[in-house]
Design a binder for this molecule. Structure first.
Ligand code: NAP
Length: 479
């Protein structure tokens, strides 16, 4: 698997019309690792045309044929797991072991939706009229535009592309400008798997232009976006003006609640995964750690000890567990959230600033005495800062947890069965982990409520986002 420096339209590799490119850097070294085309509206229209032309043929293929191609995509990804992981770590910075895991996670979506492709069932409804029949069919929505973020450069595409292909849709994908190469790799994988031209198209370039064309081009019927709530809202408004279907996977502000009755060691393990995986740059990251007063000190001590074992460095080194942050803006955000927290009375227990390695490396940081006035309570951190808030009662914890505009993932640790059920029902989140710090799997629906989004990815529900429901009434049957 080699890094591609061109965009992929109708199974052909090409440059931007004017030859413009954007540079891509390795966040661990600051060095340029290549360029990707800077495409705009014109190339997007060409890609949409290719997807539009491919659509009729693709929707008419047997589900079995689409399933076979998806399964070959899965196999091709697993055959190329290491080289794909290396591309991912080089452009994004996460430790190579996490990148290997992400590639395998991506591959599992192709396998899952290969299986689901054959289960797009319709319905019959008893007719209210004599001699007539009502049939409900599910049909692919058509050409889909996908816009994805840099934090999971491979799997955020896989969740969309696999479901779209299974449903019989064709797709134009625009990855984040920081991480184009994991996305472009899907071009080679699609060809190897036997995807017909136009089913998968991948464009890099200027986001506002590509998104603008996607929203306004009548041949494109749906936009699926993963990224920040701010951009998601703008995009949803623009897409809404042209009545496109939308799916939005947006930001989060996850509470991670630890009760006095919790298994504290398990809670610490869960907090480490939920907070520090991908250097804290995940949408389901534990953003606010809420700890009941009786275990506040012991939990803090144990979390501090676990943080002390993290190894910061270039993700390509095998023993590194924390890579760099993605860019300068991310470092500045960490510094601003920490300064604001200190101003409002927080204390630093571990880390607290840039790492001695310099560049974009940041120390895993533990703050105690955090409170609701701090930015860190209401803003998505998206980095390696763990703030600990204290609470006394279950009611208080639930109120604090729900006191946010976001609703993606929430976590709670307790050994009380009744409390576990109450938490799963009362937390206003699309996903809840009870005694678990990692909830993502291709078999369960991933998605948020409130300002964290619209729609679900993965699972049997994930296909619905790519299907229209059609009702046909059959009369004149002489029954
Ligand atoms: P972002 O700034 O919103 O960017 C996401 C994508 O949107 C990129 O491809 C970006 O392109 C593009 N974009 C930028 N401006 C745009 C515009 N005006 N119109 C349309 N698209 C535009 O988010 P990010 O910083 O890459 O990712 C982090 C965010 O994603 C966090 O908030 C995180 O919580 C969220 N996220 C959510 C999920 C989920 O499943 N809910 C999963 C992962 C991440 P350029 O790179 O070219 O600017």
């Amino acid at each position: 698997m080699r890094k591609r420096h061109q965009v992929f339209i109708a199974n052909q590799w090409r440059d931007a019309d004017d030859g413009a490119v954007m540079e891509v850097t390795n966040p661990a070294t600051g060095k340029t690792i290549g360029t990707a085309p800077r495409c705009g509206r014109a190339e997007t229209a060409i890609a949409i045309d290719a997807a539009f032309e491919a659509f009729e043929g693709w929707r008419d293929t047997l589900a079995d044929e689409r399933a076979a191609i998806l399964m070959r995509l899965h196999d091709a990804m697993m055959d190329q797991q290491r080289p794909l992981a290396e591309i991912l770590t080089e452009e994004m910075g996460k430790p190579i072991a996490e990148a290997m895991g992400e590639v395998a996670f991506s591959a599992r979506f192709f396998k899952w939706f290969a299986e689901e492709a054959r289960r797009v069932y319709g319905d019959t409804i008893p007719s209210p009229w004599p001699g007539k029949r009502i049939i409900i069919a599910k049909e692919p929505v058509g050409v889909v535009g996908a816009i994805t973020p840099w934090n999971f450069p491979s799997s955020m595409i896989a969740r969309k592309l696999a479901a779209s292909m299974a449903a019989g849709c064709t797709m134009v994908i625009k990855p984040a400008s920081q991480t184009p190469f994991s996305a472009l790799a899907y071009g080679d994988l699609a060809v190897d798997a036997g995807a017909p031209p136009g089913v998968v198209n991948i464009l890099t370039g200027t986001a506002s232009e590509i998104a603008g064309e996607m929203c306004e081009n009548p041949k494109l019927r749906k936009i699926t976006f993963t990224g920040s709530t701010q951009i998601g809202k703008q995009l949803a408004a623009h897409a809404g003006a042209h009545m496109k279907r939308i799916s939005m996977e947006l930001g989060g502000n996850a509470p991670f609640i630890v009760f006095d009755d919790a298994d504290i060691d398990a809670a610490v393990d869960g907090a480490m995964i939920a907070k520090f995986r991908n250097s804290g740059q995940t949408c389901v990251c534990a953003n606010r750690i809420l700890v009941q007063s009786g275990v506040y000190d012991v939990f803090t001590e144990k979390l501090k000890a676990a943080i002390g074992k993290l190894n910061v460095g270039d993700g390509m080194a095998p023993d590194v567990t924390q890579g760099p942050l993605i860019d300068e803006a991310a470092v500045a955000k960490m510094e601003s959230q920490i300064a604001d927290a200190l101003e409002h009375g927080a204390r630093i227990v571990a880390g607290g600033g840039s790492h001695a390695l310099g560049g974009l490396f940041f120390q895993p940081t533990l703050l105690v005495d955090a409170s609701a006035e701090m930015k860190i309570f209401s803003e998505e951190t998206f980095g390696p800062i763990a703030p600990i808030f204290k609470f006394d009662t279950e009611e208080e914890a639930i109120d604090m947890a729900n006191d946010t505009e976001y609703g993606l993932a929430g976590y709670a640790y307790t050994t009380n069965l009744g409390r576990a059920w109450r938490l799963s029902e009362k937390l206003q989140y699309g996903m809840v982990g009870i005694n678990e710090g990692l909830v993502s799997t291709e078999v369960a629906p991933f998605g948020g409520v409130k300002q964290s989004g619209i729609g679900n990815e993965g699972s049997k529900y994930g296909l619905n986002d790519y299907l229209n429901i059609k009702y046909s009434l059959f009369g004149g049957l002489n029954l």
